[in-house]
Design a protein around this ligand. Structure first.
Ligand code: 5RP
Length: 296
């Protein structure tokens, strides 16, 4: 973020001071929302600890059948009980998820990028509000590209989804991506998360970085973390732990689950960090133990 002439860049994030205006509702920044919004947010963030563990499998909608997601019809039933929320595109939900499941749904409503595009930052809104209502989505997810050529278009997408969602009390998740030449540092994640929250997103998804507690403190809605690349399991657990320690309200994990040799063990180990205050070392031990017992 450029320190423009006369504009002082604030450094006092008071990371030790809890968010002040939560009222009696457990989701950050949601105290003044109506009942329907709160009900859907409570389907995502556990009323007990306030956190969420989300399984992202929207990859096929821009990458095709990536490794680990070749057969959603086989994978999803194995994992469904191990997450709080599924995050996916409508075609994957309708074809591969039984409608009688009782977890939260985050429906991806923006699309347009594919592995064949040079510029992934230009998307359109592919799912309208009526369809989100028919699917009974708890939240609509829109990709937002800050510092990229498609920034204006994606902010237009985000704003229109928030405007439509507000009419029917369906929250919006802003999924942040920085332009490909933009440094993945707290400076730019602070810029992006704050823009998306101030434009009205109810949840922000971003990547972990140094000084992440400052990114979280400066964002008036819950921040959840995506890990982006497939990491070694120990490193993925460590990143999950650091994210929660820094104040993130959950993880949205994709490739570190479905490309793991034992996706259920990995999901449960991350769940221990998200919901049961496990350290990364304890979660790793739990994971190794589950593997030894054949994942049971
Ligand atoms: C892409 C997404 C992904 O769902 C998110 O990045 C999680 O997947 P992974 O853990 O594989 O990065 O939002 O836009």
């Amino acid at each position: 973020m450029a320190e423009k002439k006369g504009v002082k860049v604030e450094k006092n994030y008071q990371t030790d001071v809890p968010f002040k205006t939560n009222g009696n509702f457990h989701v950050k920044g949601a105290a003044n929302l109506d009942w329907g919004m709160k009900k859907r947010l409570a389907n995502i963030f556990s009323p007990r600890g306030g956190n969420t563990l989300m399984f992202a499998f929207d990859h096929g909608s821009f990458m095709g059948s990536v490794s680990g997601l070749e057969r959603l019809d086989i994978l999803i039933p194995q994992l469904i009980d191990h997450f709080d929320v599924l995050m996916a595109a409508r075609g994957a939900l309708r074809t591969c998820v039984k409608p009688n499941f009782r977890k939260g749904i985050v429906l991806r409503v923006s699309a347009g990028a594919s592995m064949l595009n040079e510029d992934l930052s230009r998307e359109i809104i592919s799912v309208n509000i009526e369809e989100a209502i028919r699917i009974n989505a708890d939240c609509m997810a829109v990709q937002v590209f800050i510092g990229a050529r498609g920034q204006l278009l994606s902010i237009n997408n985000l704003s229109s989804v928030i405007n439509e969602g507000s009419k029917y009390s369906i929250p919006t998740l802003g999924v942040i991506d920085l332009g490909k030449d933009t440094e993945h540092s707290s400076q730019y994640f602070k810029l992006a998360t704050r823009i998306v929250a101030e434009l009205g997103a109810n949840i922000v998804k971003t990547y972990y970085c140094d000084d992440f507690d400052e990114v979280v403190a400066a964002c008036p809605v819950p921040v959840i973390v995506a890990e982006r690349n497939k990491l070694d399991e120990k490193d993925a657990l460590s990143m999950a732990y650091k994210s929660i320690q820094s104040g993130a309200c959950g993880l949205d994990m994709g490739s570190n689950i479905f490309q793991c040799s034992n996706p259920v063990a990995m999901a449960d180990a991350v769940g221990k960090i998200v919901h049961n205050k496990y350290s990364d070392a304890q979660a790793w031990e739990y994971f190794c133990d589950k593997i030894k017992k054949g994942g049971k």
